[in-house]
Structures are given as C-alpha cells and as structure tokens.
Design a protein around this ligand. Structure first.
Ligand code: PMM
Length: 313
C-alpha cells in the first residue's frame, strides 16, 4: 500500500464519533469552564454568570469542540456546594452557550443538575463519579439519551486521598471502569453513548497518573476515552523534576499540551483542558502523525480507535 493509501486508511479509522458530538476526525478538545470560587487552577475567575458565558464563547472561538461547564470544585479536600447553588452557577451558562450554538457539557455528580442542564441544551453529561455519587444519575442519563462520561472514582473529594492504594493501577482502573460500564449498560444507558475516563488525579498519586497515561492503549479496549490531565499535580511535579516541589498550575499549559498529544496518539477520544489553542494544535499534530504512523513497528496501535467498543456492545 502507498503512503497516501496508508494515510487514507488511517484517517478512516479515526474515531467515528458519538451521536450529538462534533466529528472533526481527530481527538476532541473539551474546554474547561469552572463556574466556581475554589477550583484548583481557575477558581474565582468565572463565578459571575456573564463572565462565565463570555469565557465559554471565547473557548468555542478558540476551537473547543465542547465547553464543559462545572459548578462544583472536585479538587481533593473540596467541600460540596448546595444543589440550588450548583444549579444557579451552571444552568444559565449552559442555556446561553447552547443558544449561541456551542456544544456544551455539564460537569456534575448530581442528577437534578444533569437533567436541568440537558433541558437547557447540554449535549453531554460529564460525571466524575461515574454514577456512584447520586443513585438517580444513571436513570437520569439513560432517560436523557445524551453521551455520558463515566470517570474512575473511588470516593468524594474530602476522602479521595485515602483511597490511593493499587497493586497494578492500570489493571485495577480497567476492571473498575469495566464494572461501571457493565452496570450502566444493565441499567439502561446506551453503551454507544458511554465515554470512560481514568480519572487522573482522583485517588491517584502522580506515578499512578503516569502509569495510566502510558496504559491508555489497554484502557481503550473498553471504549472511547476522555483524558483530563490539564494542569494537574503530576504535570507540575514532572516539570519540577530535579528541583523541589511543583511548578504552579498557571505554568503547566505547555506541558499539558504535550500530554494532550501523547493521549491523542494513544487513541484518546477527547482531552479536557484549560488552554484550548495549545491542546488543539497538539491533537492536530497527533492526528497528522497518526496518518503516517508506521504500523509495522507497533502493531498494538493497529487496533482501530473505538474497536474495543465491541467488547461491551
Ligand atoms: N477533572 C476535573 C474536573 N472534572 N472531568 C473529567 N471527566 N475528567 C477529569 O479528569 C476531570 C473532570 C478536575 O480538574 P479542574 O478542577 O481543573 O476542572
């Protein structure tokens, strides 16, 4: 086969896409919009609804395929917000962005917030608890019929750092995600709408995050993957390697883009990031690279992206 034919085959094997989400033929870029006073890197910047809407429009103009609106910080140790407060922070922002034609997702663990956001126009529910925090979430997303991100999660923010023991983090996260997938499907969520997420930084030490990133090829066998590495501690720690402590969150965007490229080359369906332009360039480079990837050298990557879906469909 010629190189160009090779490239065409490769192109045809990029993620087919999920119903209702953009299909640019490369790894999607989800822009983060935290409407919170206390998120770890952008808390307090967009607490006001107007400022949040403007930032969401800016993320979309920068090329975000999806804008992810969240009203509750999930950083380790964060305290939960009241339901009314979370609704007030997120739903008007989702409504306004959706009205402007922006593909929007809602980052919530609460069924009533997911339901209200979908009614306001959200195209996807992003639940860091994978349906474990609110017993009503699974039936809510099953009824809503929108794509659903189920992240690997072991405990609420206040306790997550007490659940970081793994013998083989990739195998355990794969098993735990596999069980979530089975249960979600059993309870009526369309498997073709499920995106899984290894949950970097959630009940993980920095070395676990790196192992999971390096193990994406194995996790991908379960189905499409979202990777949320942006500005997280494991990046700050790796940048400071050789020195003391961590590079601060605001100085982690270039490194985040590098991780986005690695995730995309490993077959991630979507990366969730604060700085959209850098990661968009990164996933475009990954896509161009994959077009000419020499599969003879690495037959593992030959598995078509999303092919693993057959294992749960
Ligand atoms: N990380 C955060 C929040 N939401 N959602 C998914 N699906 N995956 C993640 O890794 C994830 C998430 C925490 O980061 P932030 O405070 O910067 O939003």
């Amino acid at each position: 086969m010629s190189t160009m034919q090779d490239a065409a085959v490769r192109r045809s094997r990029t993620p087919a896409g999920l119903e209702g989400l953009p299909r640019p033929g490369r790894c999607l870029v989800m822009g983060i919009l935290n409407v919170t006073p206390d998120s770890f890197s952008d808390g307090g910047l967009y607490v006001d609804n107007r400022a949040a809407i403007d930032r969401g429009l800016e993320l979309a103009a920068q090329g975000a395929d999806i804008v992810d609106v969240g009203g509750e910080s999930t950083r380790p140790g964060a305290r939960p917000v009241g339901l009314a407060e979370e609704l007030a922070r997120t739903v008007p922002v989702v409504r306004e962005l959706a009205r402007a034609g922006v593909c929007t997702s809602i980052d919530t663990m609460r069924a009533p917030v997911a339901r209200a956001a979908v009614e306001a126009g959200a195209s996807l529910v992003n639940d860091v608890s994978g349906g474990l925090a609110d017993p009503a979430m699974v039936s809510t997303v099953a009824a809503a019929g929108v794509p659903y991100v189920a992240m690997h999660w072991r405990a609420p923010s206040l306790e997550m750092d007490r659940h970081v023991d793994y013998r083989d983090v990739v195998a355990e996260v794969r098993d735990e995600l596999g069980r979530r997938l089975w249960e979600l499907t059993e309870r009526g969520v369309d498997p073709a709408r499920i995106i899984l997420d290894p949950g970097l930084g959630f009940s993980k030490r920095p070395e676990h995050d790196w192992m999971l990133l390096a193990g994406l090829g194995s996790l991908r066998q379960l189905g499409p993957l979202l990777v949320g590495a942006s500005r997280k501690r494991f990046i700050g720690a790796a940048l400071a390697a050789g020195g003391a402590g961590e590079v601060p969150p605001g100085e982690r965007d270039v490194a985040t883009a590098a991780v986005s490229a690695l995730a995309a080359v490993s077959g991630a369906y979507c990366v969730r990031v604060h700085d959209v332009p850098a990661s968009l360039d990164a996933v475009r480079m990954a896509s161009a690279y994959l077009d000419f990837y020499d599969r003879d050298v690495d037959p593992v990557r030959e598995t078509p992206v999303g092919a693993g879906r057959g294992s749960h469909r």
